[in-house]
Design a protein around this ligand. Sequence first.
Ligand SMILES: Cc1cc2nc3c(=O)[nH]c(=O)nc-3n(C[C@H](O)[C@H](O)[C@H](O)COP(=O)(O)OP(=O)(O)OC[C@H]3O[C@@H](n4cnc5c(N)ncnc54)[C@H](O)[C@@H]3O)c2cc1C
Length: 332
Amino acid sequence: MDGVTVIEEKKMLLNLLEYAWAEHLDEALVLLSRTDMKTVPLAGGTYLLGQTDDSIQAVVDLRDLALAYITEDAHGVHIGAMTTLQSMVDAPVLQELASGVLSRAALASSFSRLIRNGATLGGTLGAGVASQADLLTALAVLDAEMVVRSGSQTQVNLSGGTLEHPGLALSGVTYKGKQERHIPFSAIFSERRPNELILEVIIPRLVHSGAAFMRVGRTPTDVALLNAAAVVQVTNGVFSQVRLALGGVNMAPVRLLATERQLEGQPISDAEDAQLLIEALNAGIAEFHPPSDFRASSEYRRVCGTNLAFRVLEEAMNISRGYGVVSSEGSK
Ligand SMILES: Cc1cc2nc3c(=O)[nH]c(=O)nc-3n(C[C@H](O)[C@H](O)[C@H](O)COP(=O)(O)OP(=O)(O)OC[C@H]3O[C@@H](n4cnc5c(N)ncnc54)[C@H](O)[C@@H]3O)c2cc1C
């Protein structure tokens, strides 16, 4: 068709039959556990409502479930699934937690304040790698834990029991009810079941640790070709805990475990710090195989990743030692 531009119409959830505005968590769980109608959670909708998924028949709006909160207790900082990215940017507790890496990563996850006001933590985790969010890399180094709940039906065997509580003489019983479990961040993409609702993320408090987050994009407002986050704890001049992750557009964050293992237990000495980090990074980068796409080649990401990882490790180390007071990326 010469001279004619064909604009493909974007179809969005064309087979949607039901929009449920849940008022109670249990109600949402029952709706999401239905097997006769594909039902998915709707958070900010910034990702979901643009999908061309014809199989989705119903959405459950989570807005009234009181899941937008940031609180603290002995376990750490709890961030409700419906907390928006902008609330994470603004929350003083997150600006202070782990040198503010989570707050900064939330800011970097979307350049548009309009999107950050709608997009939520739960929606970002639900979208996973497709969210292209910097937040995922920061969560990877914070030993974050996700609390999920389902209202699913599971086949259970009640015949066994324990010595204290002997079981019933029944097997093959179907359990109907709520099931809640905690999933470590490292396993969220592999372990979360489709009907499980994300309730909150728990970040343990870090004591005397330094953290850093940096990113590289074609422009400051573009998605990150690569991002890096590190948490370092130095105790009595020794690396007592090291967490390092690289991530970026179209890839799940990757922890550089070989680097972490090599550094933990090593003493720090001003003269040899750089050499120590480089050797440990070489071990970690050998296991880092990022994807290639039209934005950047795998090789570019590996080279760039080495540099970025060095800088976040160094910054986190310096903060932990008390040398760095303000992060190199500055305040928001
Ligand atoms: C114009 C535009 C630009 C964007 N730019 C960026 C960007 O630069 N960077 C970026 O990171 N993202 C970007 N996004 C994508 C989007 O902002 C993120 O993916 C966002 O974090 C999704 O959050 P949400 O609350 O809107 O989720 P939704 O769109 O409501 O849901 C996302 C997915 O998660 C599931 N879900 C939602 N809540 C839960 C829950 N509690 N438990 C289980 N599953 C759940 C949904 O069913 C869906 O599959 C952009 C979106 C738009 C429209």
